[in-house]
Design a protein around this ligand. Structure first.
Ligand SMILES: [Zn+2]
Length: 480
């Protein structure tokens, strides 16, 4: 289906606004937090107004510009993340009837330091690289060795310690899906270290490359030595691979001053609009406020945060207080520990009926992806029943989102921050955005504000606000 153009969207919003009778609009503006006489008409009116406001407001873009250009990259433990937490709390506290609080979370303080990768054989040069988050550093003189290219864990293991020991293992694994390919960034260093490798290089996790290295966290296992690990570009990984296939052995020197300085305090930022009828049931809209230490964290996940911040602001400013409590949570430490999501789920025992997350950039939203926590279901029947229930709940919301070209719904989302809630039975929803422009800049120096289309941001914000409102207002029983 063709995506609606911004002009068509604005016209659609204006048309919907004109459908709202003027008398009703002024009457509603007086006491919208009271129980409406006709809940269905009231919800339709709210939807139209949210759509019009979201599409006509530049506020989301202004917020994202502040976050990216004035604060910038904000890795856990950095002063920039502290600044972002204060900034977000201050900005959200301006909402009408919105209560903002901070929830302390222990986060790792890992710093990158100076780093380089030098090709010592053939046409010698420095290769673009980024150390993996949480990696240990090297000795000051670096670690030097022959490169051994492998394309899978099976291939690595078949070579055994005899071939791997003392070498620098390069995982040259082409991108299939993020979930599949990222296994090598996460588990590659320990798998190679168990066989005696001196260091690990991974091909950046991306389907498309313009010679840009992509960082991201790695996870050491307890039963293997911790060895330094870095990402290199698709171009260099495939080049070194072709050389090996031709019988050419490459030598490199990796230098990394990375270190983990222990844990420090950060905070989840929580903004709440208390429900008018069933405040104990919570509908959550979320994102993560931290980013990698490269780029500006514009797509990952500044845009998602702006959508969540704007959703609760628009609903509160228009004074459409829904039946259930609406809560926007800007999680901390998603990138290298997922501490914010875990802490929130452990400390907030209210009945979270739906947890919404936006964390795949800011391409045009096509609809929603369901996160049913599949591992939880004991039977196929149980899973099918959960899916049918979720589809029924989403049906009127999909209809409302059709004007934005965002009426889609498909199965399969695994949000890092909402995972602990989903594991307890909360319905998870991930904003389903076009990721064509996302993976190529994900976790790179190129994740900057210029990659965000302001009109798409408005449109995605409208999808977020309408969905959050209609779920929080739904007349369907939502006890999980
Ligand atoms: Zn993210």
């Amino acid at each position: 289906m063709m995506a609606p153009t911004p002009v068509r969207l604005v016209l659609a919003a204006l048309a919907l606004l004109l459908l709202v009778p003027q008398d009703d609009a002024s009457a509603a503006s007086r006491a919208r937090h009271k129980a409406p006489k006709d809940p269905s008409a009231w919800a339709s009116q709210a939807t139209a107004e949210l759509l019009g406001q979201a599409l006509s407001s530049s506020r989301g873009w202004d917020l994202l510009k502040e976050l990216c250009d004035r604060i910038g990259a904000r890795l856990s433990g950095s002063p920039e993340l502290d600044e972002a937490v204060s900034w977000a709390a201050e900005r959200m506290s301006k909402g009408d009837g919105v209560a903002v609080s901070l929830q302390e979370v222990q986060v790792p303080h890992w710093v990158r330091g100076q780093e380089s990768l030098e090709l010592l054989s053939g046409r010698t040069r420095f290769l673009p690289m980024l150390g993996l988050g949480m990696s240990v550093g090297t000795k000051p003189e670096g670690v030097e060795g022959e490169v051994l290219v492998v394309t899978s864990f099976d291939e690595l293991n078949s070579l055994g310690a005899e071939q791997v020991s003392g070498r620098i293992v390069l995982f040259d694994v082409p991108f299939t899906t993020y979930g599949e390919t990222v296994k090598y960034r996460l588990g590659g260093p320990s798998a190679a270290a168990a066989l005696g490798a001196a260091a690990v290089l991974v091909r950046s996790v991306t389907p498309v490359s313009l010679n840009t290295p992509h960082t991201g966290t790695t996870r050491y296992q307890d039963d293997a030595p911790k060895i330094p690990a870095a990402a290199i570009t698709v171009e260099d990984a495939t080049h070194l691979h072709r050389l090996q296939d031709d019988g050419v052995v490459s030598r490199v020197r990796l230098r990394m001053a990375a270190e983990h300085r222990g844990d420090v305090l950060s905070s989840n930022v929580i903004a709440e609009l208390r429900g008018r009828e069933i405040p104990d049931e919570v509908v959550l809209v979320s994102c993560h406020l931290d980013s990698w230490d490269v780029g500006q964290g514009a797509q990952d996940d500044g845009a998602g945060c702006v959508m969540a911040m704007e959703a609760i602001r628009l609903i509160s400013e228009l004074d459409y207080r829904p039946r259930r409590t609406l809560r926007a949570v800007l999680f901390t430490n998603e990138e290298n520990g997922a501490g914010g999501g875990a802490e929130y789920a452990a400390r907030n025992q209210q009945d979270h009926v739906v947890a919404i997350e936006a964390d795949v950039g800011c391409g045009p939203a096509r609809g929603w992806r369901l996160d049913l926590g599949q591992s939880r279901s004991e039977s196929v029947e149980g899973e099918e029943a959960a899916q049918a229930k979720a589809e029924e709940l989403m049906a009127p919301i999909r209809t409302a989102l059709e004007v934005l070209g965002a009426g889609g719904l498909r199965l399969g989302y695994g949000g890092t921050d909402i995972k602990p809630l989903v594991a307890e039975g909360t319905l998870g929803l991930g904003l389903d955005m076009d990721t064509t422009g996302y993976w190529p800049i994900h976790h790179t120096e190129a994740d900057t504000l210029d990659k965000i289309d302001p009109l798409v941001l408005r449109r995605n914000t409208a999808v977020m606000a309408i969905t959050a409102f209609l779920l929080a207002e739904s007349q369907e029983p939502m006890v999980r």
